[in-house]
Design a protein around this ligand. Structure first.
Ligand SMILES: [Cu+2]
Length: 119
């Protein structure tokens, strides 16, 4: 399982390189909806790229055994899901790069961190 993370990251970079030209719609820049899986202790994908100044529905699918959240503290975003549950929130944020963490104590330190790229 752990070996998949660098591969996914590499694929994401390739996808951004191929599709990141600002054409809204297809490609890797989500302008509609994103699903993120949370487990112990990681987000998949770690890096989420969304369109700026656009409503984007974020769904956190907690496939883990304990509660998790997907939080961007700088933006006051916190989507929380109990174990085995999903939760959804809508974000609309300006361009930038933001830190994602799970705010459950100890989880960020254990690796539940990520990056939100808004472009
Ligand atoms: Cu967590």
């Amino acid at each position: 399982m752990r070996t998949r993370r660098p591969l996914l990251a590499a694929l994401a970079v390739v996808a951004i390189a191929l599709f990141g030209c600002g054409d809204d719609g297809d490609g890797d820049v989500a302008d509609g909806a994103v699903v993120i899986e949370a487990s112990e202790f990681e987000f998949a994908p770690e890096t989420v790229t969304i369109a700026a100044d656009t409503d984007v529905e974020i769904t956190l699918d907690n496939v883990g055994a304990v509660e998790h959240d997907w939080a961007v503290e700088e933006l006051d975003v916190n989507i929380h899901a109990d174990a085995g549950e999903t939760a959804t929130g809508t974000v609309n944020v300006p361009a930038g790069t933001y830190d994602i963490i799970c705010t459950i104590p100890g989880h960020a330190e254990a690796g539940m961190v990520g990056t939100l790229v808004v472009e």
